[in-house]
Design a binder for this molecule. Sequence first.
Ligand code: 13P
Ligand code: SF4
Length: 336
Amino acid sequence: MTATVSPVSRMSVPGLPLPDLYARVSRHVPAIEWPALAPDIEAILRLKRERNAVILAHNYQAPEIFHTVADIVGDSLALAREAVTVEAQVIVLAGVHFMAETAKLLNPGKTVLIPDMGAGCSLADSITAADVRGLRAKYPGVPIVTYVNTSAAVKAESDLCCTSGNAVAVVKSLNAPRVLMIPDEFLAQNVQAEIPEIEILTWAGHCEVHERFTPGDIRDVRDSYPGVTVIAHPECPPDVVAESDFSGSTAMMMDFVLQKRPSQVVLVTECSMADNIAAANPDIEFIKPCNMCPHMKRMSLKNIRRALETMTHEVTVDPALADRARAAVERMLLVR
Ligand code: 13P
Ligand code: SF4
Protein backbone atom coordinates (compact mmCIF):
# COMPACT_ATOMS: atom_id res chain seq x y z
CA MET A 1 0.00 0.00 0.00
CA THR A 2 1.29 3.49 -0.80
CA ALA A 3 1.79 6.26 1.72
CA THR A 4 -1.34 7.79 3.18
CA VAL A 5 -2.09 11.28 1.94
CA SER A 6 -2.15 13.85 4.69
CA PRO A 7 -3.90 17.18 4.07
CA VAL A 8 -0.68 19.04 4.63
CA SER A 9 2.34 16.90 4.31
CA ARG A 10 5.98 16.91 3.54
CA MET A 11 6.23 14.18 0.98
CA SER A 12 10.02 13.56 1.01
CA VAL A 13 10.03 11.66 -2.26
CA PRO A 14 13.61 12.26 -3.47
CA GLY A 15 14.93 9.06 -1.91
CA LEU A 16 12.22 6.84 -3.34
CA PRO A 17 13.16 4.64 -6.27
CA LEU A 18 11.04 5.08 -9.41
CA PRO A 19 9.09 1.80 -9.02
CA ASP A 20 7.93 2.97 -5.58
CA LEU A 21 6.89 6.28 -7.07
CA TYR A 22 4.95 4.44 -9.74
CA ALA A 23 3.13 2.46 -7.05
CA ARG A 24 1.84 5.78 -5.70
CA VAL A 25 0.15 6.69 -8.98
CA SER A 26 -0.56 3.30 -10.55
CA ARG A 27 -4.34 3.74 -10.14
CA HIS A 28 -4.25 6.87 -12.31
CA VAL A 29 -1.29 6.43 -14.62
CA PRO A 30 -1.51 3.38 -16.91
CA ALA A 31 1.71 1.33 -16.90
CA ILE A 32 2.12 2.02 -20.61
CA GLU A 33 2.35 5.78 -19.93
CA TRP A 34 4.90 5.55 -17.11
CA PRO A 35 8.00 5.31 -19.37
CA ALA A 36 6.99 8.67 -20.87
CA LEU A 37 6.76 10.32 -17.43
CA ALA A 38 9.65 8.68 -15.58
CA PRO A 39 12.51 10.62 -17.27
CA ASP A 40 10.93 13.96 -16.33
CA ILE A 41 10.37 12.78 -12.76
CA GLU A 42 13.96 11.58 -12.49
CA ALA A 43 15.24 14.87 -13.92
CA ILE A 44 13.09 16.92 -11.53
CA LEU A 45 14.31 14.96 -8.49
CA ARG A 46 17.93 15.54 -9.58
CA LEU A 47 17.37 19.22 -10.41
CA LYS A 48 15.77 19.84 -7.02
CA ARG A 49 18.98 18.66 -5.34
CA GLU A 50 21.23 20.63 -7.70
CA ARG A 51 19.24 23.86 -7.39
CA ASN A 52 18.46 23.52 -3.66
CA ALA A 53 14.78 23.70 -4.59
CA VAL A 54 11.50 22.46 -3.18
CA ILE A 55 8.17 22.00 -4.92
CA LEU A 56 5.05 23.25 -3.19
CA ALA A 57 1.99 21.71 -4.85
CA HIS A 58 -1.66 22.56 -4.38
CA ASN A 59 -4.16 19.77 -3.73
CA TYR A 60 -5.56 20.25 -7.28
CA GLN A 61 -2.33 19.14 -8.94
CA ALA A 62 -2.52 15.96 -11.00
CA PRO A 63 -1.45 12.74 -9.21
CA GLU A 64 1.77 12.42 -11.23
CA ILE A 65 2.88 15.78 -9.76
CA PHE A 66 1.23 15.52 -6.34
CA HIS A 67 2.51 12.01 -5.55
CA THR A 68 5.95 11.95 -7.17
CA VAL A 69 7.81 15.29 -7.21
CA ALA A 70 6.01 17.50 -4.67
CA ASP A 71 7.79 18.11 -1.37
CA ILE A 72 4.92 19.90 0.34
CA VAL A 73 1.24 19.60 -0.59
CA GLY A 74 -1.80 21.32 0.84
CA ASP A 75 -4.53 23.93 0.52
CA SER A 76 -3.82 27.65 0.02
CA LEU A 77 -3.50 28.26 3.75
CA ALA A 78 -1.10 25.37 4.27
CA LEU A 79 1.03 26.40 1.30
CA ALA A 80 1.25 29.95 2.70
CA ARG A 81 2.14 28.67 6.18
CA GLU A 82 4.65 26.13 4.86
CA ALA A 83 6.25 28.68 2.53
CA VAL A 84 7.57 30.47 5.62
CA THR A 85 9.32 27.34 6.89
CA VAL A 86 11.09 26.38 3.67
CA GLU A 87 14.88 26.28 3.98
CA ALA A 88 15.67 25.72 0.30
CA GLN A 89 16.71 28.77 -1.73
CA VAL A 90 14.30 28.05 -4.59
CA ILE A 91 10.55 27.41 -4.39
CA VAL A 92 8.70 26.02 -7.39
CA LEU A 93 4.98 26.59 -7.00
CA ALA A 94 2.90 23.95 -8.74
CA GLY A 95 -0.39 25.78 -8.54
CA VAL A 96 -1.62 29.17 -9.74
CA HIS A 97 -0.03 32.59 -9.85
CA PHE A 98 -1.55 34.06 -6.68
CA MET A 99 -0.10 31.13 -4.71
CA ALA A 100 3.38 31.79 -6.09
CA GLU A 101 2.99 35.50 -5.38
CA THR A 102 2.00 34.73 -1.78
CA ALA A 103 5.06 32.48 -1.41
CA LYS A 104 7.23 35.31 -2.74
CA LEU A 105 5.67 37.86 -0.39
CA LEU A 106 6.51 35.62 2.55
CA ASN A 107 10.00 34.80 1.22
CA PRO A 108 11.31 38.01 -0.35
CA GLY A 109 14.88 36.69 -0.30
CA LYS A 110 14.15 33.44 -2.12
CA THR A 111 13.65 32.67 -5.79
CA VAL A 112 10.04 31.66 -6.48
CA LEU A 113 9.30 30.04 -9.81
CA ILE A 114 6.02 29.18 -11.50
CA PRO A 115 6.23 26.76 -14.45
CA ASP A 116 3.57 28.65 -16.47
CA MET A 117 2.89 32.36 -15.98
CA GLY A 118 -0.55 31.91 -17.55
CA ALA A 119 -1.84 29.93 -14.55
CA GLY A 120 -4.30 32.54 -13.31
CA CYS A 121 -7.60 32.38 -11.45
CA SER A 122 -11.04 33.77 -12.32
CA LEU A 123 -11.38 35.15 -8.79
CA ALA A 124 -8.05 36.98 -8.96
CA ASP A 125 -9.14 38.42 -12.32
CA SER A 126 -12.48 39.65 -10.94
CA ILE A 127 -11.17 42.61 -8.94
CA THR A 128 -8.50 45.33 -9.19
CA ALA A 129 -6.74 47.50 -6.66
CA ALA A 130 -8.82 50.46 -7.91
CA ASP A 131 -12.00 48.48 -7.19
CA VAL A 132 -10.87 47.95 -3.59
CA ARG A 133 -10.08 51.65 -3.20
CA GLY A 134 -13.60 52.34 -4.50
CA LEU A 135 -15.10 50.02 -1.88
CA ARG A 136 -13.02 51.66 0.84
CA ALA A 137 -14.42 55.07 -0.19
CA LYS A 138 -17.98 53.76 -0.37
CA TYR A 139 -17.86 51.96 3.01
CA PRO A 140 -15.57 54.05 5.22
CA GLY A 141 -14.50 52.26 8.37
CA VAL A 142 -15.65 48.81 7.21
CA PRO A 143 -12.71 46.36 7.39
CA ILE A 144 -11.78 44.63 4.14
CA VAL A 145 -10.99 40.90 4.19
CA THR A 146 -9.55 39.74 0.89
CA TYR A 147 -9.46 36.14 -0.25
CA VAL A 148 -5.89 35.01 -1.02
CA ASN A 149 -7.10 34.27 -4.55
CA THR A 150 -6.17 37.83 -5.56
CA SER A 151 -3.20 39.78 -6.86
CA ALA A 152 -0.63 41.34 -4.54
CA ALA A 153 -1.94 44.76 -5.65
CA VAL A 154 -5.42 43.89 -4.34
CA LYS A 155 -3.99 42.44 -1.12
CA ALA A 156 -2.05 45.68 -0.59
CA GLU A 157 -5.34 47.64 -0.45
CA SER A 158 -6.86 45.24 2.10
CA ASP A 159 -6.80 44.97 5.88
CA LEU A 160 -6.09 41.27 5.95
CA CYS A 161 -6.45 38.14 3.87
CA CYS A 162 -8.32 34.90 4.38
CA THR A 163 -8.52 31.50 2.72
CA SER A 164 -11.42 29.08 2.55
CA GLY A 165 -9.78 27.29 5.49
CA ASN A 166 -9.90 30.21 7.93
CA ALA A 167 -12.50 32.67 6.53
CA VAL A 168 -14.93 32.38 9.45
CA ALA A 169 -12.15 32.79 12.04
CA VAL A 170 -10.65 35.75 10.18
CA VAL A 171 -13.98 37.60 9.92
CA LYS A 172 -14.77 36.92 13.59
CA SER A 173 -11.29 38.08 14.66
CA LEU A 174 -12.14 41.61 13.55
CA ASN A 175 -14.90 42.06 16.15
CA ALA A 176 -16.69 44.33 13.69
CA PRO A 177 -20.45 44.44 13.06
CA ARG A 178 -19.93 44.77 9.31
CA VAL A 179 -17.15 43.34 7.13
CA LEU A 180 -16.37 43.53 3.43
CA MET A 181 -15.33 40.10 2.20
CA ILE A 182 -14.04 40.15 -1.37
CA PRO A 183 -13.99 39.06 -4.16
CA ASP A 184 -15.71 35.64 -3.85
CA GLU A 185 -19.43 36.25 -3.53
CA PHE A 186 -20.27 32.61 -2.81
CA LEU A 187 -17.57 32.16 -0.18
CA ALA A 188 -18.83 35.35 1.49
CA GLN A 189 -22.42 34.08 1.40
CA ASN A 190 -21.37 30.71 2.82
CA VAL A 191 -19.45 32.44 5.62
CA GLN A 192 -22.47 34.71 6.22
CA ALA A 193 -24.62 31.60 6.79
CA GLU A 194 -22.22 30.49 9.53
CA ILE A 195 -22.00 33.87 11.30
CA PRO A 196 -25.35 35.66 10.83
CA GLU A 197 -24.49 38.09 13.65
CA ILE A 198 -21.94 39.86 11.41
CA GLU A 199 -23.13 41.66 8.27
CA ILE A 200 -20.98 40.60 5.33
CA LEU A 201 -20.80 42.72 2.19
CA THR A 202 -19.18 41.22 -0.85
CA TRP A 203 -18.21 41.48 -4.54
CA ALA A 204 -19.50 39.61 -7.58
CA GLY A 205 -16.41 37.45 -8.21
CA HIS A 206 -16.81 33.71 -8.80
CA CYS A 207 -14.61 30.68 -9.26
CA GLU A 208 -15.22 29.46 -12.80
CA VAL A 209 -14.85 25.85 -11.62
CA HIS A 210 -17.15 25.87 -8.58
CA GLU A 211 -19.85 28.21 -9.89
CA ARG A 212 -20.85 25.50 -12.39
CA PHE A 213 -22.13 23.06 -9.78
CA THR A 214 -25.88 23.13 -9.12
CA PRO A 215 -28.13 21.72 -6.38
CA GLY A 216 -29.57 19.48 -9.14
CA ASP A 217 -26.13 17.86 -9.54
CA ILE A 218 -26.17 16.93 -5.86
CA ARG A 219 -29.73 15.63 -5.94
CA ASP A 220 -28.94 13.53 -9.05
CA VAL A 221 -25.92 11.96 -7.40
CA ARG A 222 -27.88 11.23 -4.21
CA ASP A 223 -30.63 9.57 -6.32
CA SER A 224 -28.07 7.40 -8.11
CA TYR A 225 -25.97 6.58 -5.03
CA PRO A 226 -28.19 6.44 -1.93
CA GLY A 227 -26.11 7.06 1.20
CA VAL A 228 -23.28 8.81 -0.67
CA THR A 229 -21.38 11.46 1.33
CA VAL A 230 -21.32 14.86 -0.41
CA ILE A 231 -18.55 17.35 0.36
CA ALA A 232 -18.52 20.77 -1.32
CA HIS A 233 -15.88 23.48 -1.49
CA PRO A 234 -17.15 26.82 -0.09
CA GLU A 235 -16.51 28.50 -3.45
CA CYS A 236 -19.66 26.65 -4.59
CA PRO A 237 -22.99 28.52 -4.62
CA PRO A 238 -24.71 28.48 -1.20
CA ASP A 239 -27.58 26.30 -2.48
CA VAL A 240 -25.00 23.65 -3.43
CA VAL A 241 -23.31 23.86 -0.02
CA ALA A 242 -26.76 23.60 1.61
CA GLU A 243 -27.35 20.26 -0.19
CA SER A 244 -24.01 18.89 1.02
CA ASP A 245 -22.97 17.01 4.15
CA PHE A 246 -19.81 19.02 4.75
CA SER A 247 -18.05 22.06 3.31
CA GLY A 248 -14.46 23.17 3.80
CA SER A 249 -11.17 24.06 2.15
CA THR A 250 -9.45 21.43 0.03
CA ALA A 251 -7.37 20.32 3.03
CA MET A 252 -10.48 20.16 5.23
CA MET A 253 -12.26 18.08 2.57
CA MET A 254 -9.33 15.70 2.44
CA ASP A 255 -9.13 15.52 6.21
CA PHE A 256 -12.86 14.77 6.44
CA VAL A 257 -12.60 11.90 3.95
CA LEU A 258 -9.53 10.39 5.59
CA GLN A 259 -11.06 10.53 9.06
CA LYS A 260 -14.66 9.47 8.25
CA ARG A 261 -13.68 7.06 5.46
CA PRO A 262 -17.09 7.01 3.72
CA SER A 263 -17.44 4.07 1.32
CA GLN A 264 -18.79 6.39 -1.43
CA VAL A 265 -18.10 10.11 -1.61
CA VAL A 266 -18.49 12.94 -4.09
CA LEU A 267 -16.07 15.85 -3.82
CA VAL A 268 -17.83 18.84 -5.34
CA THR A 269 -14.67 20.53 -6.52
CA GLU A 270 -11.72 20.13 -8.90
CA CYS A 271 -11.24 16.58 -10.20
CA SER A 272 -7.66 15.98 -9.08
CA MET A 273 -8.67 16.19 -5.42
CA ALA A 274 -10.48 12.88 -5.65
CA ASP A 275 -7.70 11.32 -7.74
CA ASN A 276 -5.05 12.32 -5.21
CA ILE A 277 -6.91 10.80 -2.27
CA ALA A 278 -8.01 7.74 -4.24
CA ALA A 279 -4.42 6.98 -5.21
CA ALA A 280 -3.66 6.06 -1.59
CA ASN A 281 -7.13 4.93 -0.46
CA PRO A 282 -8.49 2.25 -2.79
CA ASP A 283 -11.25 1.37 -0.31
CA ILE A 284 -13.01 4.72 -0.90
CA GLU A 285 -15.08 5.11 -4.06
CA PHE A 286 -15.12 8.60 -5.55
CA ILE A 287 -18.20 9.50 -7.57
CA LYS A 288 -18.42 12.30 -10.18
CA PRO A 289 -19.30 15.16 -10.83
CA CYS A 290 -16.15 17.15 -10.62
CA ASN A 291 -14.81 19.99 -12.79
CA MET A 292 -11.28 20.70 -14.04
CA CYS A 293 -9.53 23.99 -13.29
CA PRO A 294 -7.82 24.98 -16.56
CA HIS A 295 -5.34 27.14 -14.66
CA MET A 296 -4.20 24.43 -12.25
CA LYS A 297 -3.94 22.07 -15.20
CA ARG A 298 -1.32 24.27 -16.87
CA MET A 299 1.21 22.59 -14.58
CA SER A 300 2.91 19.51 -15.96
CA LEU A 301 5.99 17.43 -15.25
CA LYS A 302 7.48 18.83 -18.46
CA ASN A 303 7.11 22.48 -17.49
CA ILE A 304 8.18 21.84 -13.88
CA ARG A 305 11.35 20.26 -15.28
CA ARG A 306 11.84 23.23 -17.62
CA ALA A 307 11.30 25.68 -14.75
CA LEU A 308 14.13 24.06 -12.80
CA GLU A 309 16.41 23.72 -15.82
CA THR A 310 16.04 27.34 -16.93
CA MET A 311 15.11 28.93 -13.56
CA THR A 312 11.97 30.44 -15.06
CA HIS A 313 9.45 31.92 -14.64
CA GLU A 314 10.53 33.99 -11.69
CA VAL A 315 7.69 35.57 -9.72
CA THR A 316 8.37 39.05 -8.40
CA VAL A 317 6.25 41.58 -6.52
CA ASP A 318 6.35 45.34 -7.12
CA PRO A 319 8.39 46.69 -4.15
CA ALA A 320 6.01 49.68 -3.94
CA LEU A 321 3.20 47.40 -2.75
CA ALA A 322 5.00 44.32 -1.37
CA ASP A 323 5.16 45.50 2.26
CA ARG A 324 1.43 46.29 2.41
CA ALA A 325 0.46 43.05 0.66
CA ARG A 326 2.75 41.03 2.94
CA ALA A 327 1.21 42.67 6.02
CA ALA A 328 -2.28 41.57 4.89
CA VAL A 329 -1.08 37.97 4.52
CA GLU A 330 0.88 38.02 7.78
CA ARG A 331 -2.13 39.37 9.71
CA MET A 332 -4.10 36.40 8.38
CA LEU A 333 -1.41 33.94 9.51
CA LEU A 334 -1.70 35.29 13.05
CA VAL A 335 -5.39 34.26 13.22
CA ARG A 336 -5.78 30.76 14.66
P1 13P B 1 -8.15 25.90 -1.01
O1 13P B 1 -7.53 27.02 -0.26
O2 13P B 1 -9.34 25.34 -0.34
O3 13P B 1 -7.13 24.87 -1.34
O4 13P B 1 -8.74 26.47 -2.37
C1 13P B 1 -7.96 27.08 -3.33
C2 13P B 1 -8.67 27.17 -4.59
O5 13P B 1 -8.23 27.77 -5.51
C3 13P B 1 -9.95 26.50 -4.66
O6 13P B 1 -10.52 26.68 -5.86
FE1 SF4 C 1 -9.19 29.93 -9.18
FE2 SF4 C 1 -11.30 28.33 -9.15
FE3 SF4 C 1 -9.08 27.50 -10.34
FE4 SF4 C 1 -9.19 27.71 -7.66
S1 SF4 C 1 -10.35 26.32 -8.96
S2 SF4 C 1 -7.53 28.43 -8.98
S3 SF4 C 1 -10.51 29.51 -7.43
S4 SF4 C 1 -10.35 29.25 -10.98
